[in-house]
Every structure is written in structure tokens, then in C-alpha cells.
Design a protein. Sequence first.
Length: 423
Amino acid sequence: MNQLLFSEYRSMYSSNREHPTVIRIRIRMRDLIDPDCIRHAVDVTMKRYPYFCVEMKIREGNRLEFIDNHRPVVITNSLSGVELNSDASNYHLISFSWQDNWIIMDVSHAMTDGTGAYEIVRTFLHYYCSKRYHVTISDAGVRLAGDEITAEEWDDPVLKATDLPTPPRTDMPTALNLRTAAHLEQDTESTVYSIAVDEKEFMRFNIANDGSPATMISLLLSRALAKLFPDREDVIRVTMTVNLRKALGTPLAHQSLVGGAFLEYKDELKDWPLDRQATAYRGMVFAQTREEAALAGVASQKGINQMLLSKATDLERLGIANMIGSMAERAVTATVSYVGKAGFTDSEDYIRDFRLWTSGPGVALLIEISAVGGRFTIDFLQSFSSPIIVNAFLAELEENGIKYDLQDVLKLELPNVRLPWSQ
């Protein structure tokens, strides 16, 4: 079934080789990977997600379109994966790879977000673990091959949304730029610092201090930055990602439906106790995620994609995407993203590590939080290698009695998406 693109435009035109808009999920299993089992699991899984089994084409009028792609989804024995939307990926925008006991899934962020990617992984793990370990895996909350796929799951809710509120005009003060503040202009090696904390202990800490995982990480980061840069002139403003499916009334939708709540560490907050600060941050999130506020964000996104569509040439569209990226860089210090508890059912018994990596232009620091197997993994996805921000954050954890394990430091590597205008 042919699908004209809409919500995908901004992410497609924002992707480049330095910062490909790709979600990479890395899963370390308990045992070595069985290649026959992974092939079986991928093939059955993709039967459940026909809207991800597509190839991108350009129609008349420079409109982008997805058409059915019946070639197999590629699986490689490597940790690097393959270039998406290319011959190496059979022109799919999704691929899998494996090595030793690691499984990696790469998918274009233009097609889906963390919530949608989790759905694919949940299905894949169900089939992989069932076959690999000869066990019955619970299918509670798991989308399975043979399910009826409703229009709600398939259709783009942003394109269909009408009677949206007018987005408010905002003139926010410039946000603190981490690269400039820390003198990291020449440090261009994208790096991931992965930190693990016990899930039960961190949730007890949140409950005791009126926090939630994403708001608390945002607050602890803000406090760390305030101490690290006491003479800053610009504001510390963290964006916490928001799932727009609830506001749109489309919980099954597969598209990338991410908004954001701005959390500004105002001067009057700095002398408050942690629990009062957390209450203030939660209040900011509540105000910005009410239905009308969230739908105003949808209206803004719809307007951006309509503007991109109104341009006839790729050069014009790239110019708009670059302009939006520059505006985001001036508006946001860092971004914190948390999909929620993974809910991989019995498959979690066989998982030893889980990471979600991604990147985007204009984002110097993105923190991805994963909750799998009884712990939170906090990935600092940096466009630089310096540990200065991570060390300040870890000092904040220590000060608040939060035990942590710095698991590893890795180069942030994501596959490119081959696009007609960037070849």
C-alpha cells in the first residue's frame, strides 16, 4: 500500500552523515546469539509491521512516498549495521545486526520514535526468546503476527488532526550552550557515557522527593550545570520529551510523535530543597502536557511539515530544516527522553543490557533513559567526548546518595540514512 509522507518530512530533511536521525537499540543477551533464531524472529516480526517494510520513492512534484518493499529485512553479523535506504539494507529504513551476545536494531527516526521502536523490539524479543530458549514467553502487551492492524495504528494522526489550537508565540531567552560554556568547540567526537542505577532504589528516591524518572534526571542535570557554570549569563533549559499519542487520542499510532516540555532552572529555584524543586519541575511538565498545550505543539509540528511540503526543491527544504535546528540549539541546553518501563515480559529474563541511542542536529547533549531488567540505564549521548558534564552529574548523584555504576564509555556510532538529496 503506497503511503505519502507527511510527519516524516522534518526528520528526513534533518538527517545527515554527521548526525543521522536514526534510532539504534542495542541489546546484550544472556547467551551468544543464534543466527537462525534471529532470522526467524526478524521475518515473523516484520509480518506484524507492514508499514515498516517499505522503500522510499520520489513522486511527481517532489513528494516523498513509501511503497511496499518485499525484500527481506537485512541482518548482518556486525556491530556497525548497514546504511539504511540503500542497496546494503535492501532499501529498507530498518535493519538488524548481531555479534557475540549483542543484538542491534536500527530504524529511521523519521518513521517512528522510541515508543514505536519499543513495540518492534517487544515483538522481536517474544519470537527470538521463544525459539532460542524453547520456552513460552508471555504475550501480554505484545503485538503479534496475525493481529488485525487497524487504521489508527497505520494512519498519520498529525496529518489528520484538525481544529488545532494556535501555537503561542514565544520569545525565550537564549539557553546555555554546553559546547561554548565548557570550551568544547574543537571536541567533535560523539560519545556515549552509560550509567546504571537500581530501579527500585531510584524509584524510592523519586517518591520521597516528589519526582519521576525523567523529571528527576532533568532536575539533577540542571543542578549539576548550575554548579558547573555559576557565572553563566544564559538560562539552563532542559527539554523533556513528551509522547503526543495521548493528546491526539491515538495510542496505537506508529509514527514519530514526540513533543517537549521546557524545564527552566530559574534563579529562584536554586536555593530550594530538592523535593520543592522537583515539585516545581513536575508542575512545569503538567502545565505543558495538558491536552490544549500538547495539541498546540502538534499544530506547530504540522505547520513545519506543511512549510517543508510547500517548497519545490530539496535545497529549500534543507534550508528550513537547518534553520529549525539552529533555533533548537539556541533554545535548549539539553534534552531528556524516557519512553517508560519497557515491558518486555518474560524476555527480560534473558537480557543483560539495553541501550537506546539516537542523535540529531542542534542537540549537544541528549540523555536517553531505559528501564529494563530491574535497572535504569542513563545514556549520555554527547556530540563531544569530554566527561565534564557527566562528572558533574555523577557528583550530583553522589551528593543525593544515589548509587550508580558507570558501565562504559563508547563512541556514538549510528548508521547513515542514504537520501536522494545527500548522495
